[in-house]
Structures are given as C-alpha cells and as structure tokens.
Design a protein around this ligand. Structure first.
Ligand SMILES: [Zn+2]
Length: 219
C-alpha cells in the first residue's frame, strides 16, 4: 500500500472539477466517481499493513474524499434553495474518523478483491451526500420549511449474499417517500450497504401557510 500522500496525489490527478451538478442525483454520480478514484489509488493489497497504520492513512484520504463529496452536495443544496427563492444557508457535515477505523478493521493485513474496496469507498463518498441531505433537511425542518425525501431503488449494487437474479430486499425495505426527515431516518432511508447505489433525493419547499388560503409563500 502507498502512503497517504501518494494515494492523495493519484486521487487528485483523476478528479474532475465540480461542474454541471444541478441536483442530488448529479452529486451522487460525482461522489460515486470520487469513491472509485480513491479506491483505485488505495489498491487492494493490505498485506503486512497493521490496523493502526491503515486507519492512520484512511483517516487522511477518506476525509479528503468526504470533503469533496459533501462540497459537491452542499453546492447542489445551495442551488436548490436559491431556485426556491429561499435565502438560507447551506450546511456541510463533518467527517467522522471512526468510519475510517471501521474500514481499516475490515481490510488490514489482507489482500482483498478490488471490488470490495470500490464498494467501501463508494459507500463512504455517497454517505457524504446522504449526510448533507440529512443535515440540511433537519435544519430546513427546524426553519418550518416543507421537506421531501425520496429513496429510489437501484439494482446495480446488491448487498452481499443477494443473488444477481434477486432484488435487494434490504434496500427495498428502505425505499419510499417521506415529508419528514425524522420519518425517513427512522425508516432507514439513509442507510447503505457497501456498493448500494439507490438514489436518495431531497427537495425543500417554501413554508406552507393557511393565512393566504393555503398557497406557497416565500419566507
Ligand atoms: Zn441494496
């Protein structure tokens, strides 16, 4: 395995500029690409690498990719609120180093399938987009704005143990539409297994009031 600096250099070389991202679906595609780039830079040979050493490297490189993914997602969120005529701020979630430790625990000392590293890194960067949705949806709810969360099933990345001919029941149970972020969270809408490519989308609307006959108004 390369050191953190070498991994980051390779990752940065392949990275595309954030351009043409207009909705959370775009941000998710972009984040998926970031995860793949990082996975390629990491490789799949962690033989002779102990868990603490690997965790140290992953904390650095996964933080970088998470920051890139959440920046792209926050950018989309900001465009959306502007389009709605809402003058509100955008939140970006913080990287949790414990997530890198968990991955280190799974990979340290082994030579693994590259597909596993791909899936773990995509789960991580897509998680950054999901976290951005959740954080902003919570804040928007507190502001009294209407929120809408949709999780759409994708059969591209199946949970391990699922046959190719079968649907991913785990994901299907977590798909749906919610007008409340707490309900979406409780239903597991933001949970992903490694490799999950379900599409999670978020819309924020204007305050719904009854004072003007139930129409949408600017806040
Ligand atoms: Zn699934």
């Amino acid at each position: 395995m390369n050191d953190a600096r070498t991994i980051l250099r390779q990752y940065q070389r392949g990275k595309k500029a954030v351009r043409g991202l207009h909705d959370y679906g775009d941000a998710q595609k972009y984040a998926e690409g970031l995860g793949k780039l990082l996975a390629d830079a990491l490789g799949s040979d962690f033989d002779g690498v102990d868990e603490a050493e690997l965790a140290g490297v992953l904390r650095v490189v996964m933080k970088k990719a998470y920051g890139d993914a959440t920046t792209a997602a926050a950018n989309v969120q900001q465009q959306m609120t502007r389009k709605q005529g809402l003058r509100i701020g955008t939140l970006q979630p913080d990287f949790e180093p414990e997530r890198a430790d968990k991955v280190a625990e799974e990979l340290a000392g082994k030579i693994v399938d590259q597909g596993l590293v791909d899936n773990l890194m995509k789960q991580h960067t897509l998680g950054g987009v999901d976290d951005t949705i959740r954080k902003n949806a919570e804040a928007n709810t507190e502001m009294g704005l209407e929120t809408h969360i949709v999780r759409e099933y994708s059969d591209v990345g199946l949970r391990s143990g699922t046959k190719w001919s079968e649907d991913c029941q785990w994901c299907l149970e977590r798909c749906g539409e919610w007008d409340n972020v707490a309900d979406a969270q409780a239903a597991g809408a933001f949970e992903r297994h490694p490799g999950c490519l379900c599409k999670i989308d978020y819309q924020v609307g204007k305050t719904h009031t009854t004072s003007n006959g139930g129409g949408w108004v600017n806040v």
